[in-house]
Every structure is written in structure tokens, then in C-alpha cells.
Design a binder for this molecule. Structure first.
Ligand code: GDP
Ligand code: MG
Length: 440
């Protein structure tokens, strides 16, 4: 997937604007990427249309390549669709705040009830009660009981001979009397969407009037998640989604489908079987995993924020005119790189860089950059402008002054010479490219 994308990215490298023509290939690849991530087809279509609209005519910053710009557009659109803020449980209601858990059997409703109870108790100091309205399987009621004991939360008793609405109402009464802040109502699910299950949970929603109705959905069900979401959203007034088993799903497609179809925020994600494996939803992470892009976006953002645009332009002009590239310029480059978190952090953020040979990583290590800067700092202005002056005794003085060795000074001069050669080759083509070359 990432390979495919990087190939079409290569094709638009070096172009200054995003046009219908130069983004065609990358759009096709994004489409394939989304389908591979198991995003539902109608969702893929509308997503691609939106990205296209957003990308066309967009100006490309001097400090980034068009390909990175395109990645950024995609990432922004993903985050826009998935929702930026993580919104927790709504407590803007008369206690007890009732949370109704809806979803298919096996989606993780009971487990999530326990996790959420623990989360709200520990992180938000709420007094939480739970109740099981799953009257079809005695084992389900016991399961919630066990979960309640595990997380130290009271579970209102329920019996298989009662009806779910009666159980729900009696739990609300008990929660009121006991001054509970929250009542979590676990419900029965079926293996597939089924009319009587829908009627039953609808009746529960109508009679309990919950503040939150959370649709619990298994991330690993991929495309099916879209159909299930539609069935539940058609019948119930959902207030949010909990995406479970995110730990077992590297693709992330379900998140995009479910969010697009329900239009409701994904509030939490389940990341394991244990009771503490619940987190606020992170749209940015899912967005990255959908496209397998590593952290390209944050790299682009950092480049925007930290590279001084004017300086970079001035520098590019200077190079274009064929002016000399001095050690002062080299120093400037190193400083900018350091501002961006150092070469190694830049490399870490690019997909596929994990496989770089250690020797290359060493070259790019921040320690190495710092040492080079120390050496340059110990030079006089004249030496920086006319590096050819730096010979034997000057080298020794600089090494002593910077706490490095003569070899370090020689190494720096060698790197500077290489850089100078490269500058001639890449005359005026922008500094990102040079920085990359410098890294390996
Ligand atoms: P319910 O039928 O909707 O109540 O589903 P359960 O809560 O009984 O969960 C079904 C299975 O999924 C159980 O084995 C849970 O341990 C497992 N499960 C639930 N949430 C997660 C999760 O976030 N990650 C993983 N790995 N397993 C989960
Ligand atoms: Mg259950």
C-alpha cells in the first residue's frame, strides 16, 4: 500500500501546483488504499470527491513538495470526517446520566460497559452503576456481574424472567435513590441485524430516555460495520460510537465508514480485552493507519511552522544565482534542521525509514549534528566564509575550542564539501530535497 502510494507520489514530485492531471494517479491510489482498508464503497466515493475538491488549485508551500501537500490534504480530510475533538460522555443532564449500549452480539458491549464504568469512576470521579438488560442468556447477566466486580462498580440485579424495559426502569429508580451519577445499560445483541432486537432496544430508548446511546461496533468487521451502523442509526437516535478491537485492526476502515454513515462522533476506542483498555478516540492515528502514511503529516506541519519561509527563499535565490555556499550557510541549514527536531526525528516520521541501515542513521544522528554545530561555532567569521583557510593549526584551535577532535573538524569540512557539490547539482531546487540528500 505504502509502496504504491510512494510511487505515484514520486510522479508528482517537483511540480508546483496540484492539478486535476497530476493528482489523478494519487487519487486512484488513495481509492485503492481506502478499499484495502475496508472502507465501504459509497464512503470511499464521497471521500475521494471531497479530497479532489480540496486539493485542486491549492498552492504548494515552498518548504514542502506537492506530494507532501497532497498527503496533507488527504490527512486533513480524513481528520475532518473522523472528527477532530474527542468528545467524552455528555454529563449535561439530571443524574443519573443513562448510557444505553447498542450493537451486535460480540461487538463488545458488555466489556465496554465495564471499561467505561472504570474510566468514568477513575478519571472523572463519577459514581457508576451498571445493569444488564440481556434477558436471553443468563450467562450474559453473570458476565456483567463479573465485570462489575472486576472494576468495583455496583451492578443492579436483573432476572431473565423480566422484560428489558422493566429491568431498565427499576435500575434507573435504584440509581436515583442511591445518588449515582451514571447508569450504564448493557443490552442484548444478535449475530446479525434483526427486527425484534431493533424493536426491543428502541423500546428501551423510548422508555429510559438515555442521555447517551452509544453504538458499539467491532473495528475488525470492516465493510459490514457500515451496514450495521446504518441499521442502528436508522432506528435509534445515536449520540456516539465506540469502536472496539482497534488493537486487532491495522486498517482502520471501519472508523471512516461508521463515522460517515452515522454522522456521530466516535467517542472511545477499545484497544484490548482488559478493563483498562479503553481510550478516547484518536482520529489522527486512525487517519494515519488508514493510509499507512507514517507521520508524514506532522512532518509537513513542522516544516510549515518552523522553517523560516523568507530565509529559505532568500537562500534558494542565493543558490540559484550561483553564489558561494559558505560554512555560515551550512550552519544555518543545520540550525533549521535542529529546529525541526533534528534529522533523526525527521527520518523517523517518514514512512519506510525504519529499514534504513544503521550507518545512515548514525550519520543523521542528532549527536552528530550537534557536534558539527559546535565545530562551526568555534570558527571565526573569516574561517566560515573562507573554509579553505582552515588547515593544521587552525584545525587544532577549533577542535580545542569546540571540545572535539581534529578528526571531527576534518569530517565537518568533508561534509561541507560534499554539501557544496550537492548544492551545485540541485541548484535552486529547494532545501527539503537537499536535507533529504544530506540524510542519506
Ligand atoms: P457483547 O456481546 O457485545 O457484549 O460483547 P462482549 O463484551 O462479550 O465481547 C466479545 C468479545 O470481544 C470478548 O471476548 C471480549 O473480550 C472481546 N473484546 C471486547 N472489546 C475488545 C477490544 O477492544 N479488544 C479486544 N482485543 N477484544 C475485545
Ligand atoms: Mg454482552
Amino acid at each position: 500500500l505504502t509502496d504504491r502510494l510512494s510511487q505515484s507520489i514520486k510522479k508528482i514530485r517537483g511540480q508546483a501546483n496540484l492539478t486535476e492531471d497530476n493528482i489523478k494517479d494519487i487519487l486512484r491510489d488513495i481509492r485503492v488504499a481506502l478499499l484495502e482498508a475496508d472502507v465501504a464503497l459509497p464512503v470511499v466515493k464521497s471521500f475521494i470527491d471531497d479530497v479532489k475538491q480540496r486539493a485542486l488549485g491549492r498552492e504548494v508551500l515552498t518548504s514542502v513538495k506537492p506530494a507532501q501537500m497532497m498527503v496533507k490534504v488527504v490527512q486533513e480530510e480524513l481528520e475532518r470526517v473522523l472528527g477532530k475533538e474527542t468528545s467524552g460522555i455528555n454529563f449535561n443532564a439530571q443524574p443519573p446520566v443513562v448510557i444505553l449500549m447498542a450493537g451486535l452480539q460480540g461487538a463488545g458491549k458488555t466489556t465496554t460497559s465495564g471499561k467505561l464504568a472504570k474510566y468514568l469512576t477513575e478519571r472523572q470521579q463519577k459514581k457508576v452503576m451498571m445493569v444488564s438488560a440481556d434477558v436471553y442468556r443468563p450467562a450474559a447477566i453473570e458476565q456483567l456481574q463479573t465485570v462489575g466486580e472486576q472494576v468495583g462498580v455496583s451492578v443492579h440485579p436483573s432476572s431473565v424472567i423480566d422484560n428489558p424495559v422493566t429491568i431498565g426502569k427499576s435500575a434507573v429508580d435504584a440509581a436515583k435513590k442511591g445518588f449515582f451519577d451514571v447508569l450504564i445499560v448493557d443490552t442484548a445483541g444478535r449475530l446479525a441485524v434483526d427486527e425484534s432486537m431493533m424493536q426491543e432496544i428502541k423500546a428501551l430508548q423510548d422508555s429510559l430516555n438515555p442521555t447517551e446511546t452509544l453504538f458499539v461496533v467491532d473495528a475488525m468487521t470492516g465493510q459490514d460495520a457500515a451496514n450495521t451502523a446504518k441499521a442502528f442509526a436508522d432506528v435509534l437516535d445515536l449520540t456516539g460510537v465506540v469502536l472496539t478491537k482497534v488493537d486487532g485492526d491495522a486498517r482502520g476502515g471501519a472508523a471512516l465508514s461508521v463515522k460517515t454513515i452515522t454522522g456521530k462522533p466516535i467517542k472511545f476506542q477499545g484497544v484490548g480485552e482488559k478493563m483498562d483498555a479503553l481510550e478516547p478516540f484518536h482520529p489522527d492515528r486512525i487517519a494515519s493507519s488508514i493510509l499507512g502514511m507514517g507521520d508524514v503529516l506532522s512532518l509537513v506541519e513542522e516544516a510549515e511552522r518552523k522553517i523560516d519561509k523568507k530565509k529559505a527563499e532568500k537562500f534558494a535565490k542565493k543558490v540559484q544565482k550561483g553564489n558561494k555556499f559558505t560554512l555560515e550557510d551550512f550552519q544555518e541549514q543545520l540550525l533549521q534542521m535542529q529546529n525541526m527536531g533534528g534529522m533523526s526525528s525527521m527520518l523517523d516520521k517518514l514512512p519506510g525509514m525504519g529499514q534504513l541501515p544503521d550507518a545512515v542513521k548514525d550519520q543523521a544522528s542528532d549527536k552528530h549534528t550537534n557536534r558539527m554545530l559546535a565545530v562551526i561555532n568555534s570558527m571565526t567569521v573569516k574561517e566560515k566564509r573562507y573554509p579553505q583557510l582552515i588547515k593544521g593549526s587552525r584545525k587544532r584551535r577549533i577542535a580545542n575550542g569546540s571540545g572535539t577532535s581534529i578528526q571531527d573538524v576534518s569530517k565537518l569540512l568533508k561534509q561541507y564539501n560534499q554539501m557544496q557539490k550537492m548544492m551545485r547539482k540541485f541548484k535552486g531546487k529547494g532545501m527539503m530535497k537537499m536535507m533529504q540528500k544530506l540524510g542519506g
